[in-house]
Design a protein around this ligand. Structure first.
Ligand SMILES: [Zn+2]
Length: 520
């Protein structure tokens, strides 16, 4: 393979462009109807195809067969544009040309008729990097563009473009390409290149590309080189530094079954393979995210995704709020792994934390015998958390929410209770954690009211410790807010997938106002 895949398989016409159907449709319609604009702006993250699309559009405008949505690819204009030596296509990268002089010179040239093409096309990449003076120089041309000039601007950061320039451009935002579409494209490329590959490797590369087809093809190149001309899961995984998902599946299954021994064994097997535990926590969080997403939007997992079966099994095994909880603990564990005595210990403790907070059947904790120091009890807040052992912490978010429901509190005291997380419950102590902001808002009288209500319910000797500090998002209010958010996300997804709405968006270049959608 003498030519790198990303270059060789760069799309050369609209039909080859992957994942940007909405933009392609609007552009091809406009070209067919000869409705041409003099300035286009393509926005989107790196690697989604902005400059590729710009070059295809340049061909569409200059193809010798006439302005067309299907440039021939054979005429002088098409072949020269593909080869990057068409005199009337001027490409510049604003990241390296911030000088206003370049811009002036460039625009002075714009006044002259094209040398060989129909239009002089200016592609300015990373246009947001232009200096203010350069933008001003460009604005003059944009205000009264000569008929033979077309601007195609591309940027990853449209916020930084002056409104005066934005308002003169027809804007298209390119999407990140979903892993499934990247996978399909990679499969086509591998078949055409006669490179043997297994589905798992292709899925790994597609996911690692994070929405960029260009990155996917570069990674594919590296994976093929690493695998000695073929793609096999083990070598691809090693090349990408990816943790074998089967370890993570085993861990989540153990967690769902509340099997502590199996959980520890799973982490031990990973230690034997000396895998990066930081990467493992990241992958675990990313897996939890996929499972949570699949719970709300089942179509988010494609049938031919090699992980589909395992993910669907996990979808069944976890309640939505557990996934949220485990995700949060995984993310936090990763952030704190540098503070752990060693990575394995940090990983292990993160898993044990997930196990400790997983919902218990019933609430057998009240029988705990050890009475901890009554630090921060009686409504005062302590600056440091009371250290509790896993054995004494048998609390779960649902049991606290249930308890709150039985307290018969009203107004502010109830609001305070809803914002607390119960982090420990023993025979004569309830430990409540609250964010510092909420602590300030609900001062002593409300805490006293909540304490009194808890004593009435659980015994006059009960101590209630309020701890102000970082919260885990497990208060009844946080959980309800998330559920509302999930229902909202599902409603938005449903509206966006609706064929009629999609057609409206595409035909009229419209957009959906997410905030206007209310779940049923
Ligand atoms: Zn042509």
């Amino acid at each position: 393979m003498t030519q790198v895949l990303a270059r060789k398989w760069r799309p050369r016409n609209f039909t080859e462009l992957v994942g940007q159907e909405h933009v392609v449709r609007a552009l091809t319609n406009a070209l067919r109807q000869q409705r041409l604009h003099h300035a286009y702006l393509f926005t989107g993250t790196r690697g989604v195809g902005k400059t590729t699309l710009a070059r295809i559009l340049a061909k569409a405008l200059n193809c010798e067969t006439g302005v067309t949505d299907a440039p021939c690819g054979k005429c002088t204009a098409c072949t020269e544009i593909d080869a990057g030596r068409f005199v009337d296509l001027i490409e510049l990268d604003a990241a390296s040309n911030t000088q206003v002089d370049n811009m002036r010179e460039l625009l002075e040239n714009a006044l002259y008729a094209p040398t060989s093409g129909r239009y002089k096309v200016y592609i300015i990449d990373e246009v947001h990097m232009l200096s203010r003076n350069a933008f001003n120089a460009m604005l003059k041309t944009l205000e009264e563009p000569p008929g033979h000039v077309k601007f195609i601007l591309a940027t990853t950061d449209p916020q930084k473009i002056p409104v005066t320039v934005l308002s003169r451009c027809l804007q298209f935002s390119l999407k990140q390409i979903p892993p499934q579409q990247i996978r399909e494209r990679l499969t086509e490329v591998l078949a055409a290149e006669n490179v043997p590959a297994d589905a798992a490797s292709v899925a790994l590369v597609a996911r690692a590309a994070e929405g960029s087809l260009r990155d996917a093809l570069s990674l594919l190149d590296q994976a093929i080189a690493h695998g000695g001309g073929k793609l096999e899961e083990a070598s691809t995984r090693a090349m990408l530094g990816a943790v074998d998902q089967t370890y993570l599946y085993a861990i989540l299954r153990a967690l769902a079954a509340r099997d502590g021994a199996e959980l520890v064994a799973g982490a031990g097997r990973m230690a034997e393979r000396s895998l990066s535990f930081e990467a493992a926590l990241q992958d675990l969080a990313s897996l939890l995210h996929r499972v949570a997403l699949a719970q709300v939007v089942p179509q988010s997992i494609a049938d031919d995704d090699p992980d589909a079966a395992a993910i669907r099994e996990l979808v069944q095994a976890f309640a939505a709020e557990d996934l949220q909880l485990h995700y949060q603990i995984a993310v936090q564990g990763r952030a704190e792994i540098g503070l752990a005595p060693d990575e394995h210990a940090g990983f292990m403790m993160t898993l044990l934390r997930m196990l400790a907070f997983a919902p218990a059947a019933g609430m057998p904790a009240a029988a705990a015998t050890a009475v901890p120091r009554a630090r921060g009890a009686e409504g005062q807040s302590a600056s440091a958390p009371v250290v509790t052992t896993a054995a004494s912490v048998k609390t779960n978010p649902a049991s606290w929410a249930e308890l709150v429901g039985q307290l018969g509190l009203n107004a502010m005291a109830h609001q305070l209770a809803l914002r607390c997380e119960m982090t420990a419950r023993m025979a004569d102590l309830v430990e409540l954690r609250i964010s510092p902001a909420d602590e300030r808002m609900f001062d002593k009288p409300y805490r006293d009211k909540l304490t009194a209500a808890l004593r009435q319910r659980l015994g006059a000797q009960l101590k209630v410790a309020f701890i102000a500090g970082e919260v885990a998002g497990l208060s009844p209010k946080a959980i309800t807010d998330r559920k509302t958010g999930q229902r909202q996300a599902a409603a938005v997804a449903e509206i966006r997938e609706d064929p009629f709405v999609r057609e409206l968006i595409e035909d009229f270049d419209g957009s959906v106002e997410d905030a206007s959608i209310k779940p049923k």
